[in-house]
Write a protein that binds this ligand. Sequence first.
Ligand SMILES: [Zn+2]
Length: 307
Amino acid sequence: MRLGEFLTFKRFRMLGHVGARCLAIFSIAWVGLCFAQTSTPYSGPLFDAHLHYNDDAWGGGQGPHPVPDVLARMQRNGVQMVLANSRPNEGTRALSEAYAQAKAAGVTVVPFVRLYRNRQDYSTWHQDASIVAMVNTELARGTAAGPYRGLGEFHLYDSAHASGPTAQALMKLAQARGLAVLAHVDDTAIDLLMAHAPQARLIWAHTGIGGTPVARVEALLARYPTLMGELSYRPGLTCEGGQLCPAWRELMLKYPQRFLIGSDTWVNQRWQSYDELMQGYRLWLGGLPPEVARAIAFDNGAKLFTP
Ligand SMILES: [Zn+2]
């Protein structure tokens, strides 16, 4: 390919799904305007890397969102893989046991062991040795969809608790067993958790929900090659028109392999707005170069859990 052809090809790829009429406009300013107005939503598969099927939704099959309901929500949104973790773990097992229905809906369930048996465990798990025992019992049991692939989501409301014995034990267990970890923590806790298990694959739920500066997120991604950022509830992520804010767009272009999207269906309202949540992701993904959009939307998650 000659240089001129290469530059045209490269520019075309950078523009993503921009309509052909935009390519006829040579002014950089006009190309920018054209891009903002006509980029179309990403239309490929999605990996939902932060899905809860909690008791409130499932309710032992009697809740407001039984398995066929949640599978239908995934299917109609093109969600082809989900990282499932539920309070209690029975919700994830129920999804896993429905693998024939999930397969028919085109959904693969990646099961994680949640650390919470009930709401009380959210704030006490880090000092509760029985959580480690429960996790080991679940890992030994596995699910109908195969072995558990990770631990979490867990929360640390005080990052100092990341140094506690339970967090240490679980991070080391994850590293030794090749399990990923989904953690809702601040940036200080990321350093503390990674110190326990430097090779562990840590998915940072919400990538700094407290408003960790983008520069600090970038520094952590650079320091820990196995750190991934999940993007639900991340303040400051999107700007005008639902597109990525410039600093985040730049970071994703720099680290396209390190981000994931997720629903965080922690309450039933999130199930009820599942369509809008996924449409919101598709909107800003459509503003990225197609290969970057595809990586963040699906491939990064799928690669994490490919044997
Ligand atoms: Zn969550």
